[in-house]
Ligand binder design. Structure first.
Ligand SMILES: CC(C)(COP(=O)(O)OP(=O)(O)OC[C@H]1O[C@@H](n2cnc3c(N)ncnc32)[C@H](O)[C@@H]1OP(=O)(O)O)[C@@H](O)C(=O)NCCC(=O)NCCS
Length: 168
């Protein structure tokens, strides 16, 4: 469990399936998520959730973000291995009603603190669709540095990095 002033990040449970299906079915949320980007069917999301819960071991993976106040579902964030190489990627997506309140930055900050201070990763990377300015702004606020572009599963993606030294 990882906590921040307003949020709790915890591992996924089978009972999260309904909220995660709603999240991944929303075209606004999924506009810049996935390769190709776009909403996922309920069946596909349910299968992914089951797979992630089954596979999740060790210090990396996915966390459900929920409100510390009322336990309400906020979204999902993750530390996952990049498709090529050893780098670990920070990822997040939040339910539409929670946007614009600094929640992504707060959740990502808590997860980075965990990544650097508990897992002791030397660096964390992030990739976004070039048009996803909101996500890039989150990364900039956290101290990520733009590194140009990379091919990410066939997508031309903006590439960001933050090192443990820079975080400290
Ligand atoms: C991207 C996302 C995570 C941001 O969540 P959030 O909680 O609203 O983010 P924050 O409030 O912490 O910060 C957002 C910042 O982007 C800015 N922003 C929002 N929309 C913007 C836009 N269209 N252009 C430029 N900046 C924008 C906000 O003003 C804010 O910056 P500020 O604090 O300097 O004002 C959320 O919109 C989301 O889940 N989107 C769908 C999934 C997604 O795209 N995930 C990222 C994949 S790489």
């Amino acid at each position: 469990m990882i906590e921040s002033p307003r949020l709790r990040l915890r591992r996924q449970r089978p009972s999260d399936e309904r909220d995660l299906i709603a999240l991944d079915s929303d075209p606004d949320v999924m506009r810049y998520v996935g390769s190709p980007a776009g909403p996922r069917s309920p069946d596909e999301t349910a299968e992914r959730v089951r797979q992630r819960i089954h596979e999740e071991q060790g210090p990396l993976g996915f966390w459900v973000v929920e409100s510390r106040g009322d336990g309400g579902f906020v979204g999902l964030c993750a530390l996952i291995r990049m498709p090529t190489g050893d780098d670990i990627e920070l990822a997040y997506r939040l339910a539409r009603p929670t946007w614009g309140q600094g929640v992504a930055t707060e959740a990502a900050r808590a997860l980075l603190e965990y990544a650097f201070c508990v897992v002791e990763l030397p660096k964390v990377v992030a990739v976004t669709y070039p048009e996803n300015r909101a996500s890039q702004r989150v990364l900039e606020k956290l101290g990520f540095v733009p590194q140009g572009f990379v091919d990410y599963k066939g997508v031309h993606a903006a590439h960001y990095v933050i090192t443990r030294e820079a975080w400290k």
